[in-house]
Write a protein that binds this ligand. Structure first.
Ligand code: SF4
Length: 242
């Protein structure tokens, strides 16, 4: 990583934090196992649909505590699939979630991820990524979004798109490998909150300004830092700076 890339990331972060307001409030504090199930449901699915599927799972197999994951693990797969029918690929996600719940039980002798709090972030993410279908985005989400509140950077498609367009990563780097590169650009002393903020503001900017089909470069606070925006706007940027 060159120093200039970290400088650029810091300036992007500073500008976006002014827009979206940092620190950004955490949107929930699920236990890490529940956060893992939620993250698995959310893949390529709108937040509203994955949230509804998560609530449906917890309500259907309540266990008196709101979410009995052992009961979900042992349930009829067709019933699990029907309960999460609103997400993308429920026929794949239902058996995958059940397989992961079985694997955690085999490895740990119980169905809980609370032990991750005792591991370093690197160890915990490596443990999670040995599970079938769990990659860096999901492991980072469990560490960052759950009640663990550990420093890890999830990169979703919006965050990734902004990082590519602003030149933080080359276009050839896919979402998965981008995690390690973008994390390495963060200052090593950043707190979990600051790293969470970075993910949130990049994602929000991608959703609200730097959209996939029609990025609003003319009103983007990153335009002077962004080669893609400058190319799209042509001479307009030079005229602005003159
Ligand atoms: S200038 Fe355009 S392409 Fe660059 S980050 Fe802003 S909206 Fe996206």
């Amino acid at each position: 990583m060159t120093e200039s890339l970290q400088d650029k990331l810091l300036e992007i972060h500073r500008r976006l934090c002014l827009i979206f307001g940092c620190p950004v409030a955490y949107f929930r504090a699920l236990d890490p196992l529940s956060e893992l199930v939620s993250s698995l449901l959310s893949h390529r699915t709108r937040n509203a649909a994955s949230g509804a599927a998560f609530r449906a799972l917890r309500a259907r197999w309540d266990g008196g505590r709101g979410g009995d994951w052992a009961a979900v693990r042992d349930a009829d797969p067709a019933e699990v699939e029907a309960t999460i029918a609103g997400v993308t690929w429920p026929e794949q996600k239902a058996p995958r979630i059940q397989a992961i719940l079985r694997r955690i039980t085999e490895l740990r002798g119980e169905l809980s991820l609370d032990f991750l709090a005792e591991l370093s972030v690197e160890e915990a993410r490596a443990w999670l990524e040995q599970l079938p279908g769990v990659g860096p985005k999901t492991s980072a989400a469990v560490m960052s979004f759950s009640s663990l509140r550990r420093p890890a950077l999830p990169v979703d498609s919006h965050h990734h798109r902004v990082a590519v367009r602003t030149g933080l990563i080359p276009p050839s780097v896919a979402v998965g490998p981008s995690h390690r590169i973008l994390e390495a650009q963060l200052p090593p002393d950043w707190t979990a909150q600051q790293i969470y903020d970075n993910h949130e503001v990049m994602m929000l900017h991608g959703q609200r300004v730097c959209s996939y089909r029609d990025p609003a470069c003319h009103r983007c606070v990153l335009l002077e830092l962004c080669p893609t925006g400058q190319a799209r706007m042509g001479g307009e940027v030079q005229a602005r700076g003159a």
